[in-house]
Design a protein around this ligand. Structure first.
Ligand SMILES: Cc1cc2nc3c(=O)[nH]c(=O)nc-3n(C[C@H](O)[C@H](O)[C@H](O)COP(=O)(O)OP(=O)(O)OC[C@H]3O[C@@H](n4cnc5c(N)ncnc54)[C@H](O)[C@@H]3O)c2cc1C
Ligand code: SF4
Length: 421
């Protein structure tokens, strides 16, 4: 289950009506939906949400307002409302230049509450245009030391890369810090297709327009742009803390400290998952969240973890056609999970759709197997994917530590986009 940066309306639950008598229904924003179908797979009511072409469509008569689709949607296109056509969302407070209440700290892309690749690219570019206006390239800076860069960009997704290219184009000194590989979120899409519905301008490159291209195509485009422009991206550099001191930011990574006059956070909304720290964890078969359960149909999946998120992943996967699910947990019992999950898990264990390995520890992940320590022995499990759900650091907690104000706002949904169907 992806981490949502904002709660859409109320915590979705199985009650169809709110205290004021309003009936909860799912609504899809037609301008944001990318037609991935995650919501269709997540919805427990057959036919309540279906795909028509590239758009998810809700059938009001069948929708029970459970909200499973809200949690599943990777771009925040669905809300569950009482019909007042209003989204109540939590977002970091930013001005029209993408600057937060912390002077010099900017937030762009999905972290700011807007999904889609094109928005991320546009915002990364626009934020740096603002930075360049406040820090004229070539001007002598008296703050900081010689190693202080004009701007530090955290994240190398579409927003961070676009910001970096604009910084390069404007002649600003910069550093780009990425916790994983280049454009890690896109790289980890479980499915291959993606959509950029209209051309988007990329600094130092020009217009990019991909329709129904594969993620590999987009990654290849990014890699070519990075190689051709000489853009420097420091990968495997997780930003742990950002602190503002005397007008200059100190950005801490496991390998050291960077100093910057401005910081652009382009970290997306998936946060920083906790890792097992075992060999092979960097393989493409390893996931830290699942946005498209059906992409795992017919595969052999090892889920690692013992909390609700691990168990819910195992439950969702077990409901896919032909998927074999093994749930590995290092303790001897699932003691921390919700009763509802406990009961569902037990049913799937009893019917043989989930196998648990309690008291097991993953030692290594290889292309075609996972190696575990289980009952004092080394066990080799042939498998296709490993899903690691052992907690992590949510991006909003990171922002709050930085002093960024988070606000709630009501976003009215235009009637033509509010409910497709
Ligand atoms: C399955 C799926 C399908 C999608 N399909 C489409 C589609 O077809 N069309 C479309 O327009 N959009 C699609 N989206 C949405 C799109 O991917 C996002 O809106 C877009 O990637 C947001 O870009 P971003 O740069 O803001 O964040 P991200 O792409 O999430 O990039 C954030 C980067 O920051 C890094 N990071 C995070 N924390 C730290 C840290 N502490 N230190 C250093 N680095 C950090 C991450 O590793 C990541 O590389 C899809 C999303 C998913 C999950
Ligand atoms: S999960 Fe979101 S983006 Fe995907 S089809 Fe459903 S509404 Fe559209």
């Amino acid at each position: 289950m992806p981490q949502q940066i904002f709660e859409l309306v109320q915590a979705p639950n199985s009650k169809p009506a709110t205290a004021d008598g309003g009936v909860l229904r799912a609504m899809v924003r037609g301008d944001m939906c990318v037609g991935c179908g995650t919501c269709v797979a997540a919805c427990p009511e057959p036919g309540a949400i279906t795909l028509r072409g590239k758009l998810a469509v809700v059938d009001d008569a069948l929708c029970q307002g459970h909200g499973e689709c809200v949690r599943g949607c990777p771009v925040g296109a669905i809300s569950v409302t009482t019909g007042s056509a209003v989204n109540r969302v939590q977002v970091p407070l930013i001005d029209d230049q993408f600057e937060t209440n912390v002077p010099g700290l900017f937030i762009v892309g999905e972290l700011g509450g807007r999904g889609l690749i094109k928005n991320a690219i546009n915002e990364g570019k626009m934020a740096i245009e603002g930075v360049a206006r406040s820090l004229p390239p070539g001007a002598v800076r008296t703050d900081g030391d010689a190693d202080t860069v004009d701007v530090a960009i955290v994240g190398s997704g579409p927003a961070g890369l676009s910001a970096g290219l604009e910084a390069l184009r404007c002649g600003l000194s910069y550093v780009i810090l990425e916790q994983g590989s280049l454009s890690d979120t896109v790289r980890k899409y479980p499915r291959h297709k993606l959509l950029l519905a209209e051309p988007v301008h990329i600094p130092l490159y020009g217009d990019l327009w991909i329709a129904d291209a594969s993620k590999e195509t987009l990654l290849q485009v990014w890699e070519t742009i990075v190689a051709n422009t000489g853009l420097q991206v420091q990968t495997q550099q997780r930003v742990e803390t950002v602190v503002r001191e005397d007008g200059v930011f100190r950005i801490q990574t496991p390998d050291g400290v960077h100093r910057a006059r401005r910081v652009v956070l382009a970290m997306g909304r998936r946060g920083t998952p906790r890792r097992l720290g075992v060999p092979g964890e960097e393989l493409a078969k390893v996931f830290y969240d699942i946005v498209e359960m059906e992409a795992f149909a017919g595969r052999r999946v090892l889920v690692v973890g013992g909390g609700d998120s691990a168990v819910e992943s195992a439950l969702g996967l077990a409901n896919q056609k032909g998927t074999e699910v093994i749930l590995s947990y290092r303790a001897q019992a699932f003691s921390r999970i919700k009763e509802r999950n406990q009961a569902k898990l037990q049913r799937l264990i009893d019917t043989g759709r989930v196998r648990t390995m309690l008291g097991s520890t993953v030692r290594e992940i290889r292309n075609d197997v996972a190696v575990l320590e289980y009952n004092g022995e080394t066990t080799i499990l042939p498998n296709d994917h490993v899903v690691i759900r052992i907690g992590g650091d949510a991006p909003f907690a990171f922002l709050e530590r930085l002093g960024v104000r988070i606000v709630e706002k009501d976003v009215p949904l235009p009637p033509d986009q509010a409910r497709a169907g």
